[in-house]
Design a protein around this ligand. Structure first.
Ligand code: F6P
Length: 544
């Protein structure tokens, strides 16, 4: 039986052997044997502090994982991305989201052309628009000031903007309302416009392709809603709709003046686009200066990723730890647990970033993998998760590596709240790692029959990111950190982290089913018996 190129690497084979040797080693023992482990297995870089000492690794594990990165060609692949090579092989595209945050005057080449001037031209256009809108110089059709901004988009054209708006709400124009519509479920639109005056509302239609069914359906509904509220005045569209897209033709066809279109490029993947014009809603909320500060944060992490040696490289270390748990311990998921309420949408954002990127079962040359790829990312902000699913992480039967994210300084100092919050995050990581032994439980006077229930075996791994405070720059760095961790994992697994063919089949089938639901006569159904019956029942129930 032939094994894949990855599993044939000397470092991979050495890791398999090493895993068998250390899989039962307890974090209690690792810490007992090395009084400095907590300081030693930590990296301070790009203004971030990552403590990865509570992971089930030894120095040898690290050496082997770093060897794996080098044998898998990570250095060359990083260089290829930054150079603009077409590393998105299945779509034959470059992957240059890093160009979106390069400073003015830098050079990033794509097909023989420096893209940095175009990137800054769009940023300048966005900033000019943001200044006009925020100052009240840009008015609605009836002369009223725009107070409400609604972003219509889905996937990468929604999750980044929503997450960033929530994350940076502290810095946002509080007198304005920002809402986001993504779902084709009409409820999403209906609730988003509830109570709003069309004369004061601006829609940003965000879609890389400008053909996405959900977004175009919502955009048409928005146009109808606006026209209904403004006596059908077609001229109002130009004052109340702007577009963010790579597809000028479709934008014009929709009726949006392309002068009010903010472009980006096919070398920006949807889930890597929150720092492109897709971030227009973010810029309108926090202003151009804060948006640029966020881009500077992204860039700082990009440079760290590009230049730091792998043993001190935050995204590389995080990516390698994920490979370690996914492929050797058989972990299925990673929990991301931000101890900051402003990051409440961060796990949802990460789900697209990580799972649309690395949810792949073939390598970039089309061979089926014989190892696991992208884990499931999930999470909730602390401390809410503690009163929900942490029970399973502490005492369940699954191994769930956790990423804790905490900030030393809160943006809302209120009595003892922040110390309490941080006490909880440190306590959780400690409890997961060290647990509570039978002796400890008994020493507390616990009756014998209750001891197994109150036992915490520990040895549950986590990493903790302790950051300074949640600023636009910190957010940029944090997102770039995960982007490059995803890249690191995808490179090791030899998969294309930048395509998303897996979403196509469902889309095509929905297009086929829609007319069957809408038809006024009983349609001929030739799906499987389950789908046929569901369609029949739905038609009957809705009274068709
Ligand atoms: O879910 C598939 C997908 O193509 C995502 O990758 C993308 O972010 C989303 O749809 C939205 O696409 P668009 O920006 O073209 O509307």
């Amino acid at each position: 039986m032939t094994v894949s190129a990855l599993r044939a690497l000397p470092a991979w084979m050495a890791l398999e052997k090493h895993y068998r040797q250390i899989k039962d080693l307890h974090l209690r023992q690792l810490f007992a044997e090395d009084g400095n482990r907590g300081e030693r297995l930590a990296v301070q870089a790009a203004g971030f502090y990552l403590d990865y000492s509570k992971n089930r690794i030894t120095d040898e594990t690290l050496t082997l994982l770093l060897q794996l990165a080098s044998e898998a060609g990570l250095r060359g692949h990083i260089d290829a991305m930054f150079r603009g090579d077409r590393i998105n092989v299945s779509e034959n595209r470059s992957v240059l989201h890093v160009a979106l945050r390069t400073p003015r005057g830098a050079v990033v080449m794509h097909d023989g052309q420096n893209v940095v001037p175009e990137v800054h031209a769009v940023l300048d256009k966005m900033a000019a628009f943001a200044d006009r809108l925020r100052s009240g110089a840009w008015r609605g059709h009836t002369g009223k000031r725009i107070r409400n901004v609604i972003n219509i988009g889905i996937g990468g054209s929604d999750l980044g903007p929503v997450m960033a708006y929530e994350a940076l709400r502290h810095y946002s124009a509080r007198e304005m309302v920002f809402r986001f519509v993504s779902n084709v479920d009409g409820t999403d639109f209906a609730e988003a416009v509830h109570g709003l005056d069309p004369a004061e509302t601006l829609f940003i239609v965000s879609s890389k392709t400008f053909t996405t069914l959900e977004t175009m359906t919502n955009a048409h509904t928005a146009r109808d809603w606006l026209l209904a509220g403004l006596n059908g005045a077609q001229a109002a569209i130009a004052r109340h709709f702007v577009a963010v897209s790579t597809n000028a033709q479709e934008v014009a066809r929709f009726g949006i003046d392309t002068a009010n279109m903010f472009g980006f490029w096919d070398w920006v993947g949807g889930r890597y686009s929150m720092d492109s014009a897709i971030g227009l809603s973010t810029m309108l909320a926090v202003g151009p200066d804060n948006f640029r500060a966020m881009l500077a944060g992204f860039h700082e992490m990009d440079e760290h990723f590009r230049t730091a040696p792998f043993e001190r490289n935050l995204p590389v270390l995080m990516g390698l730890l994920s490979v370690w748990y996914t492929d050797f311990f058989g972990a299925q998921t990673v929990a991301v647990l931000p101890y900051d309420q402003y990051l409440k949408r961060f796990p949802a954002y990460l789900q697209q970033l990580t799972m649309e990127s690395n949810g792949k079962h073939v390598t970039w040359d089309g061979a089926t993998v014989d190892y696991d790829t992208g884990p499931i990312y999930w999470g909730e902000p602390g401390t809410n998760g503690q009163h929900s699913f942490y029970q399973l992480i502490h005492q369940g039967t699954r191994l769930i590596p956790c990423d804790f994210i905490a900030f030393a300084r809160t943006l809302n100092p209120l009595g003892r709240h922040h110390d309490m919050l941080l006490a909880n995050v440190f306590a959780q990581a400690e409890a997961l790692a060290f647990g509570k032994t039978e002796e400890q439980v008994k020493a507390e006077g616990t009756p014998g029959w209750l001891v197994p229930h109150r036992l915490f075996e520990g040895n549950r791994p986590s990493s903790t990111l302790l950051l300074d405070s949640l600023t636009p720059a910190t957010l940029g760095k944090l997102v770039a950190l995960y982007e490059h961790s995803v890249f690191t994992q995808g490179t090791i697994w030899r998969i294309d982290s930048f395509d998303q063919w897996g979403v196509e089949l469902g889309k095509a089938l929905a297009q086929r089913i829609l007319p069957e639901l809408e038809s006024s006569v009983q349609p001929e159904l030739d799906h499987d018996s389950s789908t046929n019956e569901l369609i029949r029942r739905y038609r009957k129930l809705k009274g068709g």
